[in-house]
Design a protein around this ligand. Sequence first.
Ligand code: AHR
Length: 308
Amino acid sequence: VAEDSHVVSIATPIRKEPVLGFSQLGSESEWRIANSSSIKNSAIESDVKLIFQNAEQSQEKQIEAIREFVKQKVDVIAIAPVVETGWEYILKEVKQAGIPVIIIDRLVDVTDPSLYVTHIGSDFYEEGRKAGKYLLDKLPKSNKPIGIVELKGTEGSTPSIARGKGFRDVISSRTDLQFLKSENADFTVAKGKEVMKKFLKETGRDIRVLYSHNDDMTFGALEAIEEYGLVPGKDIVVITVDGTRKALEKMNEGKINLVVECNPLLGPNLIQAVKEVVKGSTLPKRIVTPENVFTQVTAAGEIAARSY
Ligand code: AHR
């Protein structure tokens, strides 16, 4: 065979953009809107093709969307689960199809940890602890009971469970701090207002503290408190979680006493994780986003820079 008859074919690898199917749990809050935008924008800025499905608070719709992603043979599936339980079966189906799963924001409660690659999101338990620590400092021990009402988020969701537990674990040593009422208000403005109105009607001026699991419920509750004739931030100590610009503004007006930050901007981390998974890299099982707390002293300086 003559030397020059050798045909060297340099195969150009066919580069296909990775496809990510993402099941978002809903659009209930300012936080969620910022979270969805962050993920969409990060995908646009990268070479990851995003298929986005909004489940409007329904686990059933999330499961349908996931099954559809499997049919479409996406490369990676990401899920922001509305509640913690009920995922084992569908995640087994996805595993059998050989598609890696990334859990973001809230957690899934499964016995087999190999059903997902990593979880990216906040430490909700720590958020609850931060809220509790603030209250211990804010209100010194009293010989009269200090009444607390709590607006919880979606029943069975990680932030609602863990924020409640973290808060209780910190304040439990103080017998003067007593829960008057605690109810789910679905992380929405309307429900927050409705439930706070009810709390005020039932326990009125005994309420000294409102611990609200997110800003949207807090906004509704602030309206209810003002309509009742009390001054939020003064008559009632208001503690909220998320840290939207609007909450920082309300804080600047003196209506909120503490904001515990929960960072919704998970898009860059998610897209990076998708690329790593597609390359076959091993990811840590847990990627926790760093978060802050804001008081009335520090809120003003944050407002201008807030993108959500
Ligand atoms: O899971 C994160 C929580 O869900 C946010 O605190 C809340 O605003 C959202 O609806």
